[in-house]
Write a protein that binds this ligand. Structure first.
Ligand SMILES: Cc1cc2nc3c(=O)[nH]c(=O)nc-3n(C[C@H](O)[C@H](O)[C@H](O)COP(=O)(O)O)c2cc1C
Length: 209
């Protein structure tokens, strides 16, 4: 017998404060992957910052998308660098890099190099015009394909094509596949507020035929 729906509270996003919309969105669309994005400014200064309005969009070609905020109309440094150089690297955030990733989210002026700020080693991509985090065990090297207009949203959405995938030898694949095991990667997902999800219990569920 179909169950009758429980009385739930229906919230109209247009009727609540921006801060509450942000809190609802980020605690319910969760866990979110973190695009830890490294770029270089027009002036050559390296930049590194986490973005969890980030997603895989397509596998052929490999496309990822990142939505960069524009607080008070000013695009964050990552977005300005994406426009300037059309290149970025996505450094996969794993458990051992969680605290360094968090340090790179500090609001600092564009001339500050967040690699130095967080004590990370900068390495240069040979494929795209962007640096990457040498300590990251997986990196996606990307070229910006397009910037998508999100209307009145105070965000600029960039679509990047992955043109290189860098993997550390510590990573293991599931047999006869290119699936990197979560046990060897230990990726981190973002939940609401200051909460993150680490891979403490991994459950496998086989798909139906
Ligand atoms: C885990 C995490 C995820 C974040 N995701 C976003 C995001 O999706 N969009 C955004 O505009 N800022 C996001 N931020 C905040 C930026 O990282 C922060 O504003 C940073 O200073 C931006 O750096 P930039 O100006 O060098 O690009 C996030 C912060 C953290 C810790």
């Amino acid at each position: 017998m179909p169950r009758s729906p429980r009385a739930t509270q229906l919230i109209d996003p247009a009727a609540i404060r921006g801060r509450d919309r942000y809190h609802l969105m980020t605690s319910l669309v969760a866990p979110r992957p973190i695009g830890w994005i490294s770029t270089r400014g027009a002036d050559g200064v390296p930049n590194l910052a986490p973005y969890s309005f980030f997603a895989a969009l397509s596998a052929a070609p490999m496309l990822v998308g990142v939505s960069v905020g524009m607080p008070r109309g000013a695009l964050k440094d990552t977005g300005r660098n994406l426009r300037a150089r059309d290149a970025f690297c996505v450094n996969v955030v794993t458990e051992e890099l969680l605290s360094a990733m968090n340090e790179t989210s500090a609001s600092v002026p564009p001339e500050v190099d967040e690699f130095e700020l967080a004590g990370l080693t900068l390495a240069e991509s040979e494929v795209v015009d962007a640096p990457f985090v040498a300590e990251a065990r997986a990196v996606l090297e990307c070229r910006v394909r397009t910037e998508v207009d999100l209307g009145e949203a105070a965000n600029a959405f960039f679509v990047g094509e992955v043109v290189g995938v860098r993997l550390d030898p510590s990573l293991e694949m599931e047999p006869d596949t290119s699936i990197v095991t979560p046990e060897s990667l230990r990726p981190v997902g973002r939940l609401g507020g200051a909460a993150y999800m680490v891979a403490d219990r991994i459950q496998r569920v086989q798909r139906p035929d």
